[in-house]
Design a protein around this ligand. Sequence first.
Ligand code: HPA
Length: 269
Amino acid sequence: MLEKIQETAAFLSERMHTNPETAIILGTGLGSLVHEITEKYEINYKDIPNFPVSTVEGHSGKLIFGKLGNKDIMAMQGRFHFYEGYSMKEVTFPVRVMRELGIKTLFVSNASGGTNPTFDVGDLMIITDHINFFPEHPLRGKNIEYGPRFPDMSHAYSKELIQKAMEIAKEKNIKVQHGVYLGTQGPTFETPSEYKMFHTLGADAVGMSTVPEVIVANHCGIKVFGISVITDLGVIGKIVEVSHEEVQKAADAAQPKMTEIMRELINRA
Ligand code: HPA
């Protein structure tokens, strides 16, 4: 496992012209940030040794190196989901490669269903904490000595970055919610009873990604900031049929706000 990670990192190092300390997983709602990356150098996942290949609609797969504002960054366009059939080791492989490449801070975005009754479709939610509801743990198995066998998760999302993001949202007059993201395997959206259960368990939003990558980033000592766009509501009385297309549509509508916060936060971080 470690050899594979190091082999991939060595392959990328040979091709990189920069040494970014910032990585971004361009999840749902953040796709357009890619257009703001300058001095781009792109590598398709399929050309990277040991990299899994993304299959889901709307997620093309490549690594992009370049500048966002005046920061050197590395971005993943397309992520790997557990529901696609990848193992947790595969889902989180790129984060471990990031660690080998010297990444210090990871920015992630996703789409989720709001279970908090005060949320609306199109809201942004800064993730303050998560609940891991995946059936397999990404750190299961022999511990890679990037971190301890039993890693602390009391600050999975950087308090400092949450604070900065709140300030930016306020300055820019962008409404943001904050709350707990529950990650579950999908690929079904939740039944009304499941949304209710997740809310009872402490979730403000539920989605099918992010938690594995965030756990591994924390294990590797990488600081994390996460933001979620609420694309549908899992709140009794407000539940309607959801489809991937509707999720995309709501996320696209919220994209400019999310992009603005992320761009500014990455520059100030
Ligand atoms: N549930 C799980 N994942 C999601 C949802 C949802 O309601 N909306 C967007 N991703």
